[in-house]
Design a protein around this ligand. Structure first.
Ligand SMILES: [Zn+2]
Length: 113
């Protein structure tokens, strides 16, 4: 679905970082993909390959880092992975937990030549 535009913005961000670093060649691009970011990892890899083919980023390796959903309890600060998106804290039973990870999507690192 929208993986192509995401792949393009990842490529743009990588190019921008590379040019800020003297235009060095990009070897590896790390991307954090949240569990509920709505992005299919294999579709993103496929689209990225298409996007960078025959460009300055051709040959750069895309490394996807899956990020599981995590909730943090508002009462006891316990962090946990929710079951079926129920936000009940397994440590104290409080229902006031909020999501602190799992919906992110973005560059985590860039390895330059
Ligand atoms: Zn708690």
């Amino acid at each position: 679905m929208h993986e192509l535009s995401i792949a393009q913005s990842i490529a743009d961000a990588a190019r921008e970082q590379a040019s800020l670093n003297g235009g060095r060649r990009v070897l590896r691009i790390g991307v954090r993909v949240g569990e509920i970011s709505g992005v299919a990892a294999d579709a993103l890899e496929f689209c990225f390959g298409m996007t960078v083919r025959d460009t300055d980023l051709d040959g750069a390796v895309l490394e996807l880092e899956p990020v599981p959903v995590r909730y943090r309890c508002a009462s006891c600060r316990h962090e946990f992975h929710p079951v079926e998106f129920l936000a009940d804290c397994p440590a104290c039973g409080s229902t006031g937990a909020s999501m602190v990870a799992g919906d992110e999507l973005g560059l985590s690192f860039l390895e330059l030549e």
